[in-house]
Design a protein around this ligand. Structure first.
Ligand SMILES: NC(=O)c1ccc[n+]([C@@H]2O[C@H](COP(=O)([O-])OP(=O)(O)OC[C@H]3O[C@@H](n4cnc5c(N)ncnc54)[C@H](OP(=O)(O)O)[C@@H]3O)[C@@H](O)[C@H]2O)c1
Length: 285
C-alpha cells in the first residue's frame, strides 16, 4: 500500500509535482519534495546524499527540462537534465533499493504513423528536447529494473506552466483566439497521471507505459472545448501551425495508445473532456 510508503519528489514547483503533493497531503501519505533550488538534479553528489539521508521508498522524478524551442540552442543543458541527471537518479535509486518513477513524452515519436502509438513502436525524436527525453528513458532502462517510465502528453494542471493557463491569459488580452489545428495528440490531466501512477505502484508494475487521458484532440479542439465549458463568449479559430515560426520541429501526430496500462490495471482512463470538466470544476470551487 502507498500509505505506508515514503515518497521523494524532485522538481516540486512543476505542475505534476504539485499534483502529487496535493494528493499526498489529502491522503496523508508521507513525502518530501524538493524544488530546483533545494535539489538541482544535475548536482549528482547532492542527489546521492539527499536520497541516502531521506531514505524514501519511491523517488518520483518530476524535474525536467521542458523548453522545447529553447532546447534547440541548449542541447547540452537539455542533455544534462533530461539524460545524465535522470540516469544518475535511477542509478542511485537502484543501488539503494528505492523504486524510481520517471516521465517522458509523446514527442519521442515522429508523427508518421497516423494511428495511436503503442509501447512497441520505435521512437524517432525530431527535435533536441525529444531526443533528450528518449535518451532519458534509455538511461533509466539501462540502470534501474525497479522503475516505471510513463510517456505522457500535453499535461495540464495547477500552476502557470500549463497550456490552459496560457489560454486564460490570451482570453484577457485578445478579442478572438487563433489556435493550431493541424496537430493531434491528447491533453492529459496531471491529477489522472498522479492517480494512475499510484495505482501502478500499488499493483507492482515495472517498465515503460503510455499514460494519457482517452480520446484525441488538436490544440484547437482542446481550447474550443475549454472556452465553451467555461461559458466564455469569445471566438476561437483554427489555424495552421505554418502561421507560427517555431525553432523546434513538431510532429503532426503523436497520439499515444493507453491500452496497455488500462488493461494491466483493469481501468478505463477518463476521456480528456471529462478531465477538463473536473479541472474547471476544481478551479471554480
Ligand atoms: N507539460 C507537458 O505538456 C508535458 C508533456 C509531455 C511530457 N511531460 C513530462 O512530464 C513531466 C512533468 O512535467 P511538468 O509539466 O510537471 O513540468 P514542469 O511544470 O515544467 O515542471 C518541471 C520542473 O522541473 C524543474 N527543474 C528543471 N530543471 C531542474 C533541475 N536541474 N533540477 C531540479 N528541478 C529542475 C523546474 O524547475 P523551475 O520551476 O525552477 O523551472 C520545474 O519546476 C516531465 O518529465 C515532462 O518532461 C510534460
Amino acid at each position: 500500500m502507498n500509505k505506508n510508503k515514503k515518497f521523494l519528489i524532485t522538481g516540486s514547483n512543476g505542475q505534476l509535482a504539485k499534483e502529487f503533493q496535493h494528493t499526498f497531503t489529502e491522503q496523508n501519505v508521507q513525502y518530501t519534495a524538493f524544488t530546483r533550488s533545494q535539489l538541482d538534479i544535475t548536482d549528482f553528489a547532492l542527489v546521492e546524499q539527499t536520497i541516502k539521508n531521506e531514505k524514501p521508498d519511491v523517488v518520483l522524478n518530476c524535474a525536467a527540462y521542458n523548453l522545447v524551442d529553447v532546447a534547440e540552442d541548449q542541447p547540452e543543458i537539455a542533455h544534462k537534465i533530461n539524460v545524465e541527471a535522470v540516469g544518475n537518479l535511477a542509478r542511485v535509486c537502484q543501488a539503494n533499493g528505492i523504486f524510481f518513477v520517471h516521465y517522458s513524452t509523446d514527442y519521442v515519436f515522429d508523427g508518421q504513423k497516423n494511428a495511436p502509438y503503442t509501447e512497441e513502436d520505435e521512437p524517432n525524436p525530431i527535435n533536441v528536447y525529444a531526443q533528450s527525453k528518449y535518451q532519458g528513458e534509455q538511461a533509466v532502462e539501462q540502470v534501474a529494473k525497479d522503475s516505471l517510465t510513463f510517456r505522457v502528453s500535453w499535461v495540464f494542471g495547477e500552476g502557470q506552466q500549463n497550456f490552459f493557463y496560457k489560454v486564460e491569459q490570451w482570453l484577457q488580452q485578445k478579442d478572438r483566439l487563433q489556435i493550431v489545428d493541424d496537430n493531434k495528440s491528447v491533453v492529459t490531466y496531471a491529477k489522472d497521471i498522479v492517480d494512475i501512477t499510484l495505482l501502478a505502484l500499488e499493483k507492482g508494475l515495472r517498465g515503460l507505459y503510455h499514460l494519457t487521458n482517452s480520446g484525441a484532440c488538436s490544440r484547437y479542439e482542446s481550447v474550443k472545448y475549454y472556452v465553451m465549458k467555461k461559458g466564455i463568449d469569445k471566438p476561437v479559430d483554427p489555424i495552421s501551425s505554418s502561421h507560427f515560426v517555431e525553432k523546434a520541429k513538431r510532429a503532426p501526430y503523436t497520439l499515444l495508445s493507453n491500452q496497455k496500462i488500462s488493461k494491466e490495471l483493469n481501468i478505463t482512463i477518463p476521456h480528456w473532456q471529462d478531465a477538463v470538466d473536473r479541472f474547471i470544476e476544481r478551479k471554480n470551487k
